[in-house]
Design a protein around this ligand. Structure first.
Ligand SMILES: Nc1ncnc2c1ncn2[C@@H]1O[C@H](COP(=O)(O)OP(=O)(O)O)[C@@H](O)[C@H]1O
Ligand SMILES: [Mg+2]
Length: 231
């Protein structure tokens, strides 16, 4: 996946400035940076949820900018999973219905064994029939993650997926994303403020005022903290 000179402006606010970046296939990348530095915009542009004002985004051989809306939607559905910062669960649907929605939208029949397995992995086996409003923030977060993983997408984007979680649940979620990379060979990009979370990544990218300003490979918590403090 590659972004080439991607700029995204909202009126007179430029959220991303000429960002060029490649994400290695089968890698876990953490995106860090202060609030307002463009992290969510970066993810939205890279995943085809938003179109850059200028520049290009490629996933494998496909240039997203050349795709019409319907084809882009299909590509997102088939190849990309997205965990939204605000979860975006559908309030009227149960956990199970929310999690299997991407499959049903793609016209695929949910395999009950696989659905049960993924709910177990995120610790929601006992909550399958509950509505989002009946869940804690952490449980909603985990339902959103299960929904992003259910289609086994090539690339998973997660916008602050541990933001609402206690340390133990956060660790479970990070282990899940790490497994997606190590066991299933998926590519994961995760936004976080938390050096403890970013230390799970193969590489950490730092954004400041809409630009990539640094990268740390195989980062340790200490290195991340030190870099964060001087950002
Ligand atoms: N839809 C939008 N309309 C107008 N401004 C936006 C929009 N989305 C983001 N911005 C602005 O772009 C900048 C980067 O935002 P964002 O990517 O959400 O940052 P982060 O996720 O790092 O907090 C901020 O100044 C924000 O106010
Ligand atoms: Mg954000």
């Amino acid at each position: 996946m590659r972004l080439e000179a991607v700029t995204r402006a909202y009126g007179d606010v430029t959220a991303l400035r000429e960002v060029t970046w490649s994400f290695p296939r089968g890698g876990l990348t953490a995106v860090m940076g202060p609030s307002g530095s463009g992290k969510s915009t970066f993810l939205h542009c890279a995943s085809g949820l938003d179109r850059p004002t200028s520049g290009s985004v490629r996933i494998g051989e496909v240039d997203l900018g050349t795709l019409k809306e319907a084809r882009l939607t299909r590509l997102r559905r088939e190849r990309i999973g997205f965990v939204f910062q605000a979860f975006n669960l559908i309030p009227s649907m149960s956990v199970e219905q929310n999690v299997t929605l991407p499959l049903r939208l793609a016209g695929r029949d949910p395999d009950p064994a696989r659905v049960a397995a993924i709910l177990r992995r995120v610790g929601l086996a006992e909550r399958a029939g509950h509505r989002p409003s009946e869940l804690s923030g952490g449980q909603q977060q985990r339902a959103a993650i299960a929904r992003a993983l259910i289609t086994e997408p090539e690339v998973v984007f997660a916008d602050e997926p541990t933001g609402a979680l206690d340390p133990r649940t956060a660790r479970d979620v990070l282990r899940l994303l790490r497994e997606a990379v190590d066991v299933s060979g998926q590519t994961v990009v995760l936004v976080t403020h938390d050096p403890l979370a970013a230390a799970w990544a193969d590489s950490a990218v730092f954004l400041s005022e809409g630009r990539v300003v640094d990268e740390l490979t195989a980062p340790t918590v200490e290195q991340l903290l030190r870099r964060w403090e001087t950002l």
